[in-house]
Design a protein around this ligand. Structure first.
Ligand code: FAD
Length: 441
């Protein structure tokens, strides 16, 4: 099999490595226009902040690719001929395939703001953005970040790490309003405050203003306020990268449409990772998953199908994690930002504002646990997933809470307070703590 993969991100590389394992004789070529070798996109911010060197975010040594007979081509795939089964490259080269995997990732999504092409205005998606940020933030004093999501907070932290004053504009009434309940968002506010990052909620960007040299000098908000700045980070989300398939027979909507085997509408052409849109996502699942670990799962799944072992993609229990300055965040299962009629929600917060736990459960027969949010404490993924998948009643979960603990010290200190708080809030489910044997000795 001649397998051609467009994109050497986590999805493309996981697929390549899995195919190499399943089908040692396959000819595998990876095309990327971003970097010669795969790197961890999620670690970009740590390079800017000086915690890691560029070579530290490459999970594999450069010899690894030759050793595993993976051909790397650094070029842009510019044309797709599905009849002839070939892809043309910016280099003029044409590559034929038996099977094609589109793993083209996302691109930054910007509204059409006046001034967005001024010098000093950018997003953060890949290595070119990092290089640009390195250059355009040198010696500056003030930056504005537009967007209250994960990349917005990363950009604010990056600026903060270099002593650059940051203001974040957030459209919603609280941070990451589409994902986080307001209580959790308040803890993130505390992180912003402690880092002296100013956040303006319910504030949108109207225009970016430049100086005579074509460099940003200020932003104007929709409220008409002008904020002076030397740099603007646009972090208003990403959207699937469809450039290669536009105008071809490959069906798209917001992303490249795929069935559960990650097949597109065209025979022998597959799509996975950020660029793919699932035609029939499961209940409470999103059609486009833009996460590192789902990219890896999709890459691994599609590899089996590519090797003649048709395997439907099943994501399982939702999981995500992030870090907001010094506050770690994990989420499992279903924890919507606003109350839902079918869910009850238990929330505990430590008076310091550095630790919080939310547990959601069905508010009718069975009272099965549906999701967890943890801030400033770590839960064991396998345990939480198992509880959610097995539809474990909340009472049992509370009684066995220690089994999910990753931080024995923290839990030893606070577990009884959490359960006590739960018992007060939900006396009908009140429980005692089960003695843990063997967990902490
Ligand atoms: C700054 C940042 C931080 C993030 N942090 C997290 C995190 O903490 N946790 C998390 O779960 N997710 C995080 N994400 C999201 C996560 O990185 C993505 O979901 C994941 O990288 C997607 O992987 P992918 O392989 O599908 O696509 P990508 O990683 O985008 O790789 C696609 C590659 O294909 C290349 N390409 C596209 N079109 C062509 C073409 N025509 N020719 C040649 N090459 C092409 C692109 O240049 C790119 O290099 C973060 C994303 C960003 C931008």
């Amino acid at each position: 099999m001649r397998l051609l993969i467009i994109g050497n991100g986590i999805t493309g590389v996981t697929a390549a490595l899995t195919v190499r394992r399943l089908q040692p004789e396959a000819q595998i070529t990876l095309v990327s226009d971003e970097s010669a070798h795969h790197y961890s996109r999620t670690a970009l911010m740590y390079v800017y902040m000086g915690h890691l060197r560029p070579q530290d975010i490459k999970p594999y040594e450069d010899w690894f690719w030759t050793e595993n007979r993976l051909t790397l081509v650094e070029a842009t795939a510019t044309g797709l001929d599905v009849e002839q089964r070939q892809v043309s490259l910016s280099s003029g080269q044409t590559l034929a395939y038996d099977k094609l995997l589109l793993a083209t990732g996302s691109v930054s999504r910007w509204a059409d703001w006046p001034g967005q092409h001024l010098r000093g205005v950018q997003g953060l998606y890949g290595l070119p953005d990092l290089a640009r940020m390195e250059e355009t933030t040198r010696g500056i004093r003030r930056g504005v970040v537009v967007g209250g999501g994960l990349i917005g907070v990363e950009l604010a932290e990056m600026l903060h790490s270099r002593g650059i004053a940051a203001t974040v504009l957030v459209r919603d009434a609280h941070y990451w309003g589409s994902v986080l309940p307001a209580a959790e968002a308040r803890l993130i506010d505390q992180q912003f405050e402690e880092s002296r990052v100013e956040v303006r909620y319910q504030t949108e960007l109207a225009e970016i203003l430049g100086d005579a040299d074509g460099r940003v000098r200020a932003v104007r908000t929709t409220a008409g306020e002008e904020l002076a700045c030397d740099w603007v980070g646009l972090a208003t989300g990403v959207t699937p990268n469809l450039a290669l398939v536009q105008g071809t027979a490959v069906e798209t909507d917001r992303g490249i449409l795929v069935d559960e085997l990650l097949q597109t509408s065209v025979p022998h052409v597959y799509a996975a990772g950020d660029c793919a849109q699932h035609r029939q996502p499961g209940q409470h699942e999103v059609p486009i998953e833009q996460l590192w670990y789902t990219g890896r799962m999709q890459g691994e799944t599609v590899a089996h199908t590519l090797c003649g072992r048709p395997t439907p993609y099943r994501r399982g229990v939702w999981f995500n994690s992030a870090k907001f300055f010094n506050l770690e965040y994990q989420t499992y299962g279903r924890v919507p930002a606003s109350p839902q009629t079918d869910l009850a929600t238990f929330y505990w917060e430590h008076p310091s504002g550095y630790h919080a736990l939310r547990i959601n459960f069905e508010n009718s027969a069975g009272f099965a646990v549906t999701g967890f949010n943890a801030l400033g404490l770590r839960l064991r993924q396998a345990v939480c997933e198992q509880w959610i998948a097995a539809r474990t009643p909340v009472r049992e979960v509370m009684a066995a809470l220690g089994a999910a603990n990753f931080d024995p010290e923290f839990y030893r200190q606070h577990e009884s307070a959490i359960v006590q708080h739960f018992n007060q809030q939900f006396p009908e489910h009140a429980t005692g703590l089960r003695r843990r044997k063997g967990l902490w000795g």
